[in-house]
Design a protein. Structure first.
Length: 181
C-alpha cells in the first residue's frame, strides 16, 4: 500500500471509532518539514514527508503507539537523544541487529513517535550496509535500539493493525493488550 492508502484506512478507523475528538493534527507545511531537515542535518525519505504533509503528528495518547510526533517534537526529541549520548556516551555500543550501525543513539536517527516512558520508534537514515535507509528502529529509553520495520510504510501498516485491534476509550487509544484492564 502507498502512504496515502494507509492513511486513508487509518483515517477511516478514526472516523468510525472516535466521536468527539480530533486526535490527528493537520498536515505540516513544506517549510516545517524543511526546518526539521535543517535543524537535524538529515534528509527525510519521501514517504515520511508525504506522511507529515497528511498529518503533522497526533494529540498526546492519540496514536497506536502513544503519540505520533509533530515536526517540532521530532526535532526536540531527536536532539534530546543526541544530548544524552553526548553527555553519557554510548556511541560504541554494539547492536544485535546487523542492519544497525553501532551505538545506543546516532545523529542520523530521527524520532517519529513516543510512548509514556519516552521510548519510541525512530527512522534510521544511516543504516549499516545490511540495512535500508528509512528503516524504523525501536529505541528503548533503558535498553537501546532494535530493528523493527524495513520501512516507514511498514511502521504505518503496523500502527493501522494496532488501531484495528485496540479501542478508543476516555480520550486516548488503548491497545488490545490493555483493553481488558
Amino acid at each position: 500500500m502507498t502512504i496515502n492508502e494507509i492513511w486513508d484506512e487509518i483515517e477511516a478507523w478514526y472516523d468510525e471509532n472516535v466521536a468527539d475528538a480530533e486526535p490527528l493534527n493537520d498536515g505540516a507545511s513544506d517549510d516545517e518539514i524543511a526546518d526539521v531537515e535543517a535543524q537535524l542535518g538529515v534528509e527525510l525519505p519521501a514517504e515520511v514527508k508525504e506522511s507529515l504533509q497528511r498529518h503533522n503528528g497526533s494529540a498526546f495518547g492519540g496514536w497506536a503507539t502513544g503519540t505520533l510526533l509533530d515536526c517540532a517534537t521530532i526535532v526536540a526529541d531527536s536532539q534530546s537523544w543526541r544530548q544524552i549520548v553526548a553527555k553519557d556516551g554510548g556511541t560504541n555500543t554494539e547492536n544485535e541487529d546487523a542492519e544497525l550501525k553501532p551505538g545506543w543513539w546516532r545523529d542520523a536517527w530521527v524520532m517519529i513517535d513516543k510512548d509514556a516512558d519516552g521510548s519510541g520508534y525512530a527512522l534510521d537514515l544511516d543504516p549499516a550496509d545490511e540495512g535500508n535507509i528509512g528503516q524504523v528502529i525501536r529505541q528503548e529509553s533503558d535498553g537501546g535500539p532494535s530493528l523493527s520495520f524495513d520501512s516507514f510504510a511498514e511502521y504505518l501498516e503496523f500502527c493501522l493493525g494496532e488501531l484495528e485491534e485496540g479501542e478508543w476509550a476516555n480520550g486516548i487509544f488503548v491497545p488490545a493488550e490493555l483493553a481488558d484492564y
